[in-house]
Design a protein around this ligand. Structure first.
Ligand code: PLP
Length: 428
């Protein structure tokens, strides 16, 4: 078999998967070790044909997967491996360039900068920000806080008690103390804490559990006055800003020092792709620039390896570029609006049923809700075990609540209706 034949088989596999993924059980219910037990203990002595790998993919691996690209994946923050993203990933692996420096592949660096400028414009971010791509929001936040530490070493990092744990993890890695700030009744980070010993404040636009939006404007004002770095974690909800009517969630961001938005969450880009912008790239460089005798810099060029922890950098800009061109502003807006419409509809159904209640005001495409009497963790477990939906719970003031997060490009109203029916049946 030639590479062309294998390529045709792989593309057939991918197209069929996307057409039929909605018929598969969404979440894997295997026990730990079940997949490993079906795999040989050592690599083969002689090379095998691609067809053997595809066969094992179908028989052993896929049954053990949770299908993130499934239209009824409604847990965590649902995401999308979209067609342009899939095609780009094939080409990225084919090219296999390393975007560590401008000189190691000039177009990769320049495309990354142009694509992040495009995305900044689409989200209404201020012009003139320096943008680059990291693998995940965890790394983007680590990079931002490392830059903050260059300005004010040795202090504490303040973030909402509902901030993603990647903030605390980054602080720990950097030897900075993490201090959780309580939230108000609307689940927004309070602003009345002292900044005397602060290295940085992280405001979340779209917290992981409830998609609450911290008061960025007030925090920006205070951070500016105190000379403290403000990082905005808009990993999920920042995407909503492609629609002017939802852009208010980013108010105040123009005064932040850095902001992260994950195209691999709600911008239809396959894992992994996290966009980090800053108005202080000099501080990123202070934190990360390192000299290797074997790796000459080019005058007048930017080396993106100087802006984050990794040296080797995948050509992620290609997939983001494809995604932005494939959908265009209108296509992205249409999907985001539809997801928010579906979440609002679901919220109405919950509010209208006396057995259920909406636990926190719906934000964007995320609804937090609970059955008034039944065990909500058990409902999530049972619903997920049916194979037809995947939902998860979180805690609100110590109590379990269900979360329904819409973010997959294939999710339709019929999928959300089915999820609601399954949840009600499982509550019986
Ligand atoms: N920030 C927020 C608000 C999140 O919800 C998440 C993950 O869901 C993260 C950061 C971490 O994202 P990543 O997996 O890209 O590190």
């Amino acid at each position: 078999m030639s590479f062309r034949d294998d390529l045709a088989a792989a593309s057939e596999w991918a197209a069929t998967y996307l057409e039929t993924v909605g018929e598969r059980p969404v979440a894997s219910v295997l026990a730990p070790g079940e997949v490993a037990a079906r795999l040989p203990a050592a690599a083969p002595e002689r090379g095998e044909p691609f067809s053997a790998m595809l066969a094992d993919l179908d028989e052993i691996i896929v049954p053990g997967l949770t299908h993130w690209n499934h239209p009824r994946f409604l847990a965590y923050f649902a995401n999308t491996g979209s067609e342009p993203g899939i095609l780009a990933e094939l080409l990225v692996a084919t090219l296999n360039v390393n975007a560590m420096s401008w000189g190691t592949s000039p177009a990769a660096t320049e495309l990354e900068q142009v694509t992040l400028d495009w995305l900044a414009q689409l989200l209404g971010l201020p012009s003139g920000l320096h943008g680059h791509i990291e693998d995940t929001a965890s790394t983007s936040t680590l990079a931002a806080l490392a830059a903050a530490r260059e300005l004010r070493p040795g202090g504490a990092v303040y973030a909402s008690e509902h901030a993603h744990f990647s903030v605390e993890k980054a602080a720990r890695i950097l030897g900075l103390e993490f201090r959780a700030v309580p939230v108000d009744d609307d689940l927004r980070m309070r602003t009345d804490f002292s900044l005397d010993d602060a290295t940085a404040v992280v405001a979340t636009v779209g917290t992981t559990s409830f998609a609450a939006v911290d008061p960025v404007e007030v925090l920006a004002e205070r951070c500016e006055a105190a000379g403290v770095w403000l990082h905005v974690d808009a990993a999920y909800a920042g995407a909503a800003a492609v629609c002017p009517e939802f852009r208010a969630c980013l108010a105040g961001v123009e005064r932040a020092d850095s902001i992260v938005v994950n195209p691999h969450k709600w911008l239809f880009t396959p894992m992994d792709c996290s966009a980090l912008w800053t108005r202080r790239p000099d501080m990123l460089r202070a934190a990360f620039a390192a000299h290797g005798d074997y790796l000459a810099a080019t005058d007048g060029a930017i080396d993106l390896r100087d802006h984050g922890p990794a040296l080797g950098r995948r050509f992620r800009a290609l997939k983001l570029w494809f995604v932005l061109r494939w959908y265009g502003r209108e296509g992205l807006q249409a999907l985001i609006r539809e997801h928010i419409r579906l979440a609002a509809l679901f919220e109405e159904w919950v509010a209208a049923d006396p057995d259920w209640e909406v636990s926190a005001p719906r934000q964007f495409s995320l609804v937090a809700f609970r059955h008034r009497r039944a065990d909500n963790d058990e409902i999530a477990r049972r619903a997920t075990a049916t194979g037809s939906v995947f939902v998860a719970t979180t805690k609100l003031r110590g109590e379990s609540v269900l979360r329904l997060a819409i973010g997959n490009g294939q999710t339709q109203q019929a999928d959300v209706e089915r999820a609601w029916n399954v949840l009600r049946e499982c509550a019986q």
